[in-house]
Design a binder for this molecule. Structure first.
Ligand code: ASP
Ligand code: MG
Length: 454
């Protein structure tokens, strides 16, 4: 089959809340059946399931484990019980629940990152099995696909990196021949490394899976169905007057995701951007109200686009007189951070100090604390280290910010009553970032939204 035959095909991804129960799943089926171009479906685990599996993987005492296992079983059985003719499926799911039990017992004795990934993968394996059955019950010609035969990654368990070359080849082998024949249902978030062990792409990684598949297959669009109808000028739970953005450029959307807009996994857009594939974001509860289309939009864009908030920031300030006229000091600091697998978000420098922010928690599946004692010890050998917590990062996202006149005045005049701990501006013409005490963060968002967006 030639590639052009599949170029109209859309991959649809449904998040945890969209597949939380049978009613939510039925909405997803309606969405899929209403667009004949949707031939590839990527699912998250049912809401709550990944958290339970992560907790089990961390190793817990028997009583607690029992409670978690029962919770898991009841989430999945509540769906199973609504499906017709499930004998074979029930056997399969029981087998998986048994494996979860065995693996979680092993985790109590000795947990490892490979074991965690294997354990959490069952969330997506089960949700996709149930969903395939539901599609079949609703007369769709649907087939279940184990994405681990396709999504090849390295062995960085918990946040594995996909091998896009291998992925493209494996897609040609396992997906292309089927796409025009049936609806393929597969798992987000999980993959496998060269020796066949299960890996995960990091929490929230299902969007990434969908975008990677779209890229590998050169599909027409990625539809991300979640529980909010699109991308807003800011989080509507904080500011009720936030407005939906109907269309937005890749650059703006990825800035928003990077700076904490929870709606998209920060790396999700990259594969889509690389191939210029549009991404739609909508709510599976209200598919008819529309959503946001992210694409390579041309023409002039608004100066101010959105406000994103990221809480739980840590500010590290490093002071050293050795920095004065020194060379290579920054390189040393950054190599220590890189060695600890930490990426820096914001950075400002003066002659003898440098301030930088890190997230408190990595986004990897295992949620390790980033600020380890060994990191602080290593840094302390080079300089005096100060750590401040309870800070939040507010990113004002826009276009040509650093070239427009009066941006500073508009922003800072509105904020005259607030304490601003750090400012980053100028590296990107798409953002202006502020670090503020978390206690004031929501008020800052309200104030800026009122002045710049209403
Ligand atoms: N189920 C995984 C998680 O909760 C992946 C995802 O939902 O995207 O992180
Ligand atoms: Mg999710």
């Amino acid at each position: 089959m030639c590639q052009s035959d599949i170029s109209h095909i859309v991959v649809a991804k449904f998040g945890g809340t969209s597949v939380a129960n049978i009613a939510a799943m039925n909405n997803c089926v309606d969405i899929i059946l209403s667009n004949k171009d949707v031939r590839l479906v990527v699912l998250s685990a049912s809401a709550g399931v990944t958290n339970l599996l992560v907790a089990l993987a961390e190793g817990c005492k028997q009583e607690q484990r029992q409670t978690y296992l029962e919770e898991l079983r009841s989430i999945q059985y509540a769906i199973l019980n609504e499906l017709p003719e499930t004998h074979a499926l029930q056997v399969e799911i029981d087998r998986m629940l048994d494996s979860i039990k065995t693996l979680s017992e092993a985790a109590e004795l000795a947990t490892s990152s490979a074991l965690t990934d294997e354990l959490v993968s069952y969330g997506e394996l089960i949700s996709t099995l149930l969903f395939t059955k539901l599609l079949q019950a609703r007369h769709a010609d649907a087939e279940w696909l184990d994405i681990r035969n396709v999504m090849r990654t390295d062995n960085n368990f918990g946040k594995a990196n996909p091998d896009t070359t291998a992925l493209a080849t494996l897609c040609q082998q396992h997906i292309v021949p089927k796409l025009n024949k049936c609806l393929l249902v597969t798992q987000g978030f999980i993959g496998s490394e060269a020796t066949g062990k299960t890996t995960t792409l990091g929490r929230g990684g299902s969007d990434y899976t969908a975008a990677l598949l779209a890229e590998a297959l050169n599909l027409a669009r990625v539809d991300i169905w979640t529980d909010v109808p699109g991308i807003y000028t800011t989080d509507p739970r904080i500011v009720s007057t936030a407005k939906r953005i109907d269309d937005i450029t890749f650059e703006e959307a990825s800035e928003m995701a990077t700076f904490g807009a929870k709606i998209l996994h920060p790396a999700t857009l990259l594969p889509a951007v690389r191939r210029n594939i549009p991404v739609f974001v909508g709510s599976s509860k209200e598919p008819t109200v529309g959503g946001t289309l992210v694409y390579n939009k041309k023409g002039s864009q608004p100066l101010f686009r959105a406000l994103a908030l990221r809480r739980k920031q840590i500010l590290l300030t490093l002071h050293s007189l050795n920095m004065l006229h020194a060379r290579g000091f920054m390189a040393e600091i950054f190599s220590i951070l890189a060695h600890h697998n930490i990426s820096v978000d914001l950075i400002t420098t003066s002659e003898v100090s440098v301030a930088l922010t890190l997230d408190t928690k990595g986004s990897n599946t295992h949620g390790d604390n980033l600020l380890s004692t060994s990191l602080l010890t290593e840094l302390s050998k080079l300089c005096r280290v100060e750590v401040e917590e309870d800070l939040s990062l507010i990113a004002l996202i826009g276009n040509n910010l650093s070239k427009a006149k009066g941006v500073g005045k508009q922003v800072f005049a509105a904020l005259e009553l607030f304490n601003i701990r750090l400012i980053c501006y100028g590296a990107s013409s798409h953002n202006l970032c502020l670090l503020v005490p978390t206690a004031e963060a929501e008020s800052v968002i309200h104030t800026l939204h009122k002045h710049l967006f209403e």
